[in-house]
Design a protein around this ligand. Structure first.
Ligand SMILES: Nc1ncnc2c1ncn2[C@@H]1O[C@H](COP(=O)(O)OP(=O)(O)OP(=O)(O)O)[C@@H](O)[C@H]1O
Length: 714
């Protein structure tokens, strides 16, 4: 018997043992402790709340812990090549957001709104080309956003489409608040539905609700953790005026409840603008204004001679004021001059700004304790709890996904009937040998392709949701992957079984019940292995589109080396490994052995093939057992699942570190004033420790020295 990697040699055994060990670790290792901030476990003050959470089903607190966010000298520079000048995406941006107030970051497209929001939320995607510096404080504590609860509502609303609004919220609250009772949870969910105006669509599936409702559902899911700060990136984009206003009204209400709400918004309508309390105006990454909305901002600009006409909405006036007019060379020049002047004027006022409400050291230590106590309540449930919840969700998603299931059913039925008609009732003539092989190869290819494309069409979207949930620390990868695989077994088996049953009977393949059973088993197993490969591809690439390019290309290679087109013995030595890892090859081989063994063919000449065994010898499949091919398929299946696990594990989103400000002793510096050599030195030294040692703050930041954005004298 040939020695083959996936067919049973020593190396094959080593891989199998490694894979089983990994699976055991994946599925049965205990869940890591909840993502707690450092030192939380030792904090005696947090123990009471922990105990209450564990045992006595403490009532769900609806109080929000107030958090003031302050940032100063936030600078983000893009450093592509040494030959290119450094591009500043954010330049010395400072400001403050207070609890109970709705702050909007406004500015033209590309002005850096999303980037500033990402920086404040600590969620700017890490890049070696970026350098980020500045000071960020939560209740006066520098960079302590790991202990502050915040929600980040991104532009895309990602939810499991088959769950209803109530189910989505209920499952989210079970995952985030595992220790509360069912009654408390139901009450909590009802309150959220009411608060966010989702009562009317509570029992509608997510795919059937409108954009505004989706956005409010996203907000509701984020609110379960009782965040102190809510970040929302362009929450009104893509919504009609009515829905946009409702979403902003919701954000305003949340601010009134005590949350600190910070959103980015491109050009709000008048009705939306009137809901804002504070504004940060950005243009090309620079600050034009940061302070209260309404009268104050208009008074500020009128001091420079820019008056908002009565009939123009302030939002439109501000947008025009800070935009560059590209209609002619002259207008570009004059608008650029105006914008530069406004940026300059605001930056000159920053050093004279003082906090409206200075934070004392006492307050700092109290708020620190409060925050650490509350963070402990956000621990996840145990491994099994996570597993059952995720299994429930995956089950609903798979079984209610009518459109996908219908498409798959149609594809299975149509391809089985088509192939069955082409290979209708094959006899035992000599020419039927080629037909049989063709049919078995076609069956192997179409099953693999159908399962692969189905998985790749769905998984990248689901991965985006799972990545966000895992970033929040809601559950571990093991329970997620296992629950998904289990939930998909029944539906994943139905379609290949239907395909097999139709095809087998139409083509009149080897007519015994046992052979039919084995045919169905091999094809179904292939479908699961191809789905596993689809998961790996989905975990490897960022989008469904790229998965649809990579997956079929990879499968085509496995088809070429599938045993039908190229005989294994004629394969160039450098390609010998491909048939060994080709799923299509093992399936084709298994189906051929199942079909041809013990089959007699009509023969009229001495050189005719008389038995199925002779036919198998001609394609080098003699002497192999079906068992070997099934073992090889199982190993391929386990291999793809383990690879998916590791890809998901290592592909966690990474965020850019906020380094101390470039000129730490100055509360505000103009970038043009920076010594280029100094900037270069800081940017090039990508190691955080190096930057830290170069630029370390000389003394801890004094809260009362960092400016509030209310300008003196206004
Ligand atoms: N990771 C990155 N690497 C390089 N450049 C980036 C990165 N992220 C953003 N930028 C650039 O920074 C600038 C600001 O981008 P940002 O998305 O914050 O703008 P925005 O004001 O939110 O625009 P919009 O309203 O169109 O969403 C853009 O020029 C963008 O191309």
């Amino acid at each position: 018997m040939r020695r083959q990697l996936f067919g049973g040699n020593g190396l094959g055994h080593v891989i199998a043992v490694a894979a089983v060990t990994l699976l055991v670790r994946l599925f049965f290792c205990p869940a890591p402790a909840a993502l707690l901030p450092e030192n939380e476990n030792d904090d005696p003050s947090s123990r009471e709340e922990k105990d209450a959470d564990d045992g006595s089903k403490a009532p769900v607190s609806r109080k929000v812990s107030p958090v003031t966010v302050r940032w100063s000298n936030i600078t983000c520079s893009l450093y592509r090549k040494s030959s290119e000048p450094v591009k500043f995406l954010l330049k010395n941006v400072s400001g403050e957001a207070q609890p109970g107030r709705l702050l909007a970051i406004m500015g033209p497209s590309g002005s850096g709104k999303t980037m500033l929001l990402d920086v404040l939320a600590g969620q700017l995607a890490a890049s070696t080309q970026l350098h980020l510096s500045g000071l960020l404080e939560f209740n006066g504590k520098p960079n302590s956003n790991k202990t502050v609860k915040f929600a980040y509502v991104r532009q895309e609303d990602l939810h499991f489409s088959q769950l209803t609004v109530r189910e989505t919220l209920s499952l989210a609250s079970e995952l985030q608040l595992p220790s509360i009772s069912v009654e408390q949870r139901d009450e909590y969910v009802d309150n959220l539905l009411f608060k966010l105006g989702l009562v009317n669509c509570a029992d509608t599936e997510v795919r059937g609700i409108n954009g505004g409702e989706k956005k409010r559902l996203t907000l509701a899911c984020e609110l379960i953790a009782r965040p102190s700060i809510i970040f929302a990136d362009e929450p009104t984009t893509g919504l009609d005026a009515f829905q946009a206003e409702k979403v902003m009204e919701t954000l305003q209400n949340l601010a009134h409840d005590g949350h600190t709400v910070i959103c980015s918004i491109r050009q709000p309508r008048g009705s939306v603008y009137s809901k804002l309390d504070d504004i940060v105006l950005l243009t090309e990454g620079s600050l034009v204004y940061a302070g209260p909305a309404h009268k104050e901002i208009l008074t500020y600009f009128s001091k420079f001679g820019y008056h908002c006409p009565d009939h123009v909405s302030p939002a439109e006036f501000l947008a025009d004021l800070i935009s560059i007019d590209y209609s002619s060379a002259e207008s570009v020049h004059s608008s650029q001059k105006r914008v530069d002047g406004l940026v300059d004027s605001f930056s000159q006022r920053l050093p004279t700004i003082v906090y409206a409400t200075p934070i004392t050291r006492d307050e700092l230590s109290k708020s620190g304790k409060k925050m650490s106590k509350r963070t402990i309540a956000m621990k996840k449930g145990g491994w099994w709890k996570q597993f059952w919840l995720l299994l429930k969700r995956a089950w609903i998603q798979v079984f209610r996904d009518g459109p996908t299931n219908q498409v798959w059913a149609k594809i299975s039925f149509t391809s089985a009937v088509t192939f069955g008609s082409v290979f209708w009732k094959m006899g035992r003539s000599q020419t039927s040998i080629q037909d049989r092989m063709g049919l078995l190869q076609v069956a192997a290819i179409s099953t693999a392709m159908a399962a692969l494309t189905k998985t790749m069409g769905v998984f990248p979207k689901e991965r985006a949701i799972v990545d966000r949930e895992r970033t929040k620390g809601l559950y571990d990868l093991g329970p997620y992957l296992l629950s998904k695989l289990l939930a998909e077994i029944p539906i994943g088996a139905v379609f290949p079984l239907t395909f097999s049953a139709i095809l087998y009977s139409m083509a009149c393949l080897h007519p015994t019940l046992l052979r039919f059973g084995k045919f169905c088993g091999i094809v179904t197993m292939e479908s699961f292995a191809a789905s596993a490969m689809g998961l790996t591809v989905g975990a490897m690439v960022p989008t469904t589109d790229s998965a649809m390019v990579v997956g079929p290309s990879l499968m085509t290679i496995f088809v070429v080396f599938g045993g039908y087109y190229v005989n294994h013995e004629n394969t160039p030595i450098i390609f010998h490994w491909i048939p060994r890892v080709s799923l299509v090859r093992w399936v084709f081989q298994g189906l051929c052995i199942n079909e041809f063994r013990d089959l007699q063919f009509d023969h009229h000449h001495p050189f005719d093939v008389q038995t199925g065994e002779q036919a198998l010898e001609r394609i080098s499949f003699g002497g192999v057992r079906i068992k070997d091919t099934v073992i090889a398929q199982s190993r391929i299946l386990v291999f793809w699942h383990c690879t998916t696990y590791f890809l998901l594990k290592i592909n966690k989103p990474k965020y850019q570190q906020l380094e101390p400000p470039l000129y730490p002793n100055k509360s505000h510096v103009k970038l043009e004033e920076l010594d280029p050599a100094y900037v270069d030195q800081a940017l090039v030294s990508s190691s955080a420790s190096q930057v830290e040692s170069n630029l370390r703050l000389q003394s801890p930041p004094q809260p009362d020295l960092i400016g509030h954005f209310v300008l003196e004298g206004l």
